[in-house]
Design a protein around this ligand. Structure first.
Ligand code: ADP
Ligand code: C5P
Ligand code: MG
Length: 200
């Protein structure tokens, strides 16, 4: 008997657009597990003995994208460890390398439902990231210098990935320039359209 493939929703949007915040809500109310590529990379950076730690830190600080072999292996390992079968893969695929690496490693072993895409002005995103840094996020990239580079990478490398999925009819756009509760109402509506309903 064949088993159903794990289902994946990619979550994309500019730095600070609210991906992590909305994913936390979706975990609670929509029964998905949250795999943040950025969080997995930060964990790997902290892992004693990691051969990738220095490279990951450099890339994060410079707002550049880590080679997909590293990121995809972390995502796949996290999916294997998980108990659920529905995943929000947050902050991935972030560039063409991420995209081709995922196709090679996971396109036949997972089912992509859609791409949740948070749209939010650069000014608001920037404000949120700087506020997060000022509040003590401890992130080495929540500062003005890194943020400029992160936005640059987002426009040059990530938006083309969104366009790729748009051509396939898989992008679900959400205006994220509102308070978190209103944004989550829109998130729930997107999932409801796909036949996935929230619990209180
Ligand atoms: P991302 O994962 O897209 O970088 P986060 O969810 O981590 O974004 O949010 C970045 C910062 O902005 C966090 O400090 C978060 O609390 C705050 N934030 C998230 N969503 C909103 C929102 N809708 N309005 C105001 N602040 C928000
Ligand atoms: O998504 P998040 O803001 O946590 O990502 C932080 C950083 O992690 C990115 O700016 C990038 O340097 C790195 N990253 C990556 N590849 C991904 C996701 C994040 O290299 N797919
Ligand atoms: Mg995040």
């Amino acid at each position: 008997m064949s088993r159903a493939l794990p289902e994946v929703v990619f979550v994309l949007g500019a730095p600070g657009s609210g991906k992590g915040t909305q994913c936390a809500r979706a975990v609670k109310h929509l029964g998905f597990e949250h795999l943040s590529a950025g969080d997995l990379l930060r964990e790997e950076r902290q892992r004693p003995g990691s051969q990738y730690a220095a490279m990951i830190e450099q890339k994060i600080r410079d707002g550049q994208i880590v080679p997909v072999e590293v990121t995809c292996a972390l995502i796949v390992a996290a999916m294997r460890r998980a108990t659920g079968t529905r995943f929000l893969v947050d902050g991935f695929p972030r560039n063409a390398d991420n995209l081709t690496g995922w196709y090679t490693a996971c396109s036949e072993t997972t089912r992509l439902l859609f791409v949740l895409f948070f749209e939010c002005s650069k000014e608001e995103c920037s404000r949120r990231c700087l506020a997060r840094g000022a509040a003590g996020s401890g992130r080495s990239d929540d500062n003005e210098e890194s943020l400029l580079k992160r936005f640059d990478t987002y426009v040059k490398d990530t938006l083309p990935v969104v366009n790729h999925y748009d051509e396939l009819g898989l992008v679900r756009r959400i205006n994220a320039d509102h308070d978190p509760d209103s944004v989550f109402e829109k998130v729930k509506a997107v999932f409801a359209d796909a036949g996935i309903f929230s619990t209180p």
